[in-house]
Each structure stands twice: as C-alpha cells, then as structure tokens.
Design a protein around this ligand. Structure first.
Ligand SMILES: NC(=O)c1ccc[n+]([C@@H]2O[C@H](COP(=O)([O-])OP(=O)(O)OC[C@H]3O[C@@H](n4cnc5c(N)ncnc54)[C@H](OP(=O)(O)O)[C@@H]3O)[C@@H](O)[C@H]2O)c1
Length: 316
C-alpha cells in the first residue's frame, strides 16, 4: 500500500514507519524540516517531503493516489504560532479536508486519552475539539486513537524521568504524584493503527489505548529510579505545591512540566475494563508490560533513547 504519514518524524512516527516499511509498504513522510530526519531516509521505500499545508491544493496533490493517510501531528509544549489550536485542530481539519477532496480510502488520526472539549487542559481541549469534528465529517473512512502515555525506545516519559533523576541533587520533588497512567507500548500503538487499516468496522470510531496495568506517577518514577540504579528520595507533592512548581518550571525553555501538563494530569489517564477489552479484541492487540520493554532501553544509561541517538548520528 501507499501510505502518507504526517507528523511521522517523531517518537511514534519513527516506530510506525519502521514497521510499515518492514511490511513492504511505500511511505511518504511530510515534515516541516526534511533535513533533520535522515534516520528515516535511510529506510528503504521512504520518501520525505516538506510542504505548505495551507497552500492551494498542495496537500491534495501530495496525497492523491495514496491509500492511507495517517496524522500523528502533535505538540505538548506549544510555541509561537504553533498553538495547540493550530497544530491539533487547524492542521488536522486541513488533512481531513484534503483526504476527502481526493477520495483517499482511509484516514487514521492520533488523538489523546481524555481528549474532551471541556477538559481543563488546552492540550486535551484542542485534541477533543479535533476528534469530535473529525468523527462528524461525512465522506471519509476515519478512525481515531486516544492513547494514555506511550513508552518505548526514544519515548519522552521514562527517558525524561531518568534524565531528570540523574541531575537532581539527592531528592526529586514530583508534581501530581498520585495521577494515574496506563502506559501503552509504542509497538502496541503501531499495531492498533496498522490492524485497523483494513477493518471497516473501525470506521468512524475512536479507540482509547491503554497498557495492561495502571500505576500512579509516583510508582512509575520509582520504577524508573530502580532501573537506572538511582536511590534518591522521591518527594510527592500535593496539588497545593504541584501547581506553583508546574507554573515555575513552565517558564524554562524545554520545560519538564508546564501548567497545562499539570492540568491534564488532574484526570487519571486510564481506560475502563470494558473499553480495554473491546479495543484489544477489535484491534487484535497483545499488550506488552513495562517490565518486558523498559529495562531494554534504560539499560546502559542511554536516556536519550534510540531516536535522539539516531538523529545525532545522522547529523555527523
Ligand atoms: N508520546 C505520547 O506519550 C503520546 C500520548 C498520547 C498522544 N500522543 C500523540 O501522538 C502523536 C505523536 O506523538 P509523539 O510522541 O510521536 O510526538 P513527537 O515525537 O513530538 O512528534 C510530533 C510530530 O508532530 C509534528 N508537528 C509538530 N508541530 C507541527 C506543526 N505545526 N505542523 C506540522 N507538523 C507538526 C512533528 O513534525 P516535524 O517537526 O517533522 O514537522 C513531529 O513529527 C501526537 O499527536 C501526540 O499528541 C502522544
């Protein structure tokens, strides 16, 4: 199949494209900065291109003749004109409009667990507005996916906590320590996308994606500390202290946490048992645990993860 992946240069995209290539598909990746992603260009059957999404019929010409369009575009910490509304809604609606205009058979869209127009975080509100609008569009065969936090080589969850733990001076103040997550392996997210492509029963549906178990953030950070042999004290902060710390940290470039991240963690990022079993059976998933995957990439203290490593290598 010919598959166009937009937002495919990041963590999830690199895993997805690598698997699609191994299955023999031809891939076009649309990115803002093709020169930064030589790690994808070295894969056979991958073309990388840069376009103006909003230029007259430019996106339509890029995806015309493609069988599937996959939209993974997203930001956690928006900057300048790349606001949540622009990246999550405007770009997503533009992609959907183009796929409908050229009659692309299939559109897969990445949302986020708890995406909701009424959420207190703008990340979740913008994802929620887009998800709702996209599922209401007639004339496209769309499926949306809403994962909890995603882990795997190159993730920005376990790797980020490992890096932070390593630079803290003996103790680690943790915001929203009781927030719960059901981390899902990136390989399972990739399988969910790929397995849905030829299943008409998934058209027009959203799938919440969770891993096999849920944990508090405190448990996940303690687990990370164990993996990297770090014995510093984790100081769980209640909401009274978490909010000002998140506001303060959000002032720094590349902030480890922002006020909006804090607001998104006020809601547990977990799935109900019934939606979990429906998703697993409809998308044929065999969910991996964190124990079976995380030690492989935190071992050797390569906290930068596979993707950063590949990027650095390709810049040499
Ligand atoms: N990672 C998680 O735990 C998690 C959990 C739930 C949902 N998600 C969602 O899953 C998707 C992929 O996540 P990820 O972790 O792979 O993110 P990532 O590594 O940050 O990659 C994000 C992608 O979005 C593209 N992008 C960002 N701003 C853009 C803009 N203004 N215009 C066009 N493209 C833009 C980037 O493309 P270029 O820079 O190459 O143009 C990049 O390929 C996102 O939608 C994210 O919200 C992720």
């Amino acid at each position: 199949m010919k598959i166009c992946v937009i937002g495919g240069t990041g963590f999830v995209g690199t895993h997805l494209i690598t698997k699609l290539v191994s299955l023999g598909h031809s891939i076009k990746v649309i990115t803002r900065r093709p020169e930064r992603h030589r790690h994808l260009r070295t894969l056979p059957t991958v073309k990388i291109t840069s376009i103006d999404f909003f230029g007259n019929k430019i996106l339509e010409r890029q995806i015309d003749t493609y069988d599937v369009v996959i939209n993974l575009v997203g930001v956690l910490n928006p900057q300048g004109k790349n606001s949540f509304a622009h990246v999550h809604e405007k770009v997503a609606l533009r992609i959907a409009e183009a796929t409908r205009a050229v009659g692309t058979p299939r559109l897969l869209h990445m949302s986020a667990l708890n995406a909701d127009e009424k959420a207190s975080s703008e990340y979740l509100r913008s994802k929620g507005r887009a998800q709702k609008a996209l599922l209401e569009i007639e004339g496209i065969n769309i499926t949306t996916f809403s994962p909890s936090v995603i882990f795997g080589a190159g993730d920005s969850f376990f790797n980020r906590f490992a890096r932070l733990l390593n630079i803290m001076p003996g103790y680690f103040p943790l915001t929203c320590a009781n927030a719960r997550f059901a981390p899902i392996y990136v390989g399972d997210v990739v399988d969910a996308f790929i397995n849905s492509i030829n299943k008409p029963e998934t058209y027009g549906k959203n799938y919440n994606l969770c891993g096999p178990e849920s944990f508090s953030l405190r448990e996940l950070v303690s687990y990370t500390a164990q993996q990297i042999d770090n014995h510093y004290a984790i100081i769980p902060l209640n909401n009274f202290f978490s909010k000002p710390l998140a506001m303060f940290m959000g002032l720094f470039p590349g902030a480890p946490i922002t006020l909006d991240n804090y607001k998104s963690m006020l809601l547990d990022s977990v799935c109900s048992n019934s939606e979990q079993s429906e998703t697993v059976s409809e998308l044929d998933l065999k969910l991996q645990s964190i124990e079976s995957i995380v030690p492989q990439y935190l071992a050797g203290k390569d906290f930068a993860g596979q993707m950063d490593y590949l990027r650095k290598k390709s810049k040499r």
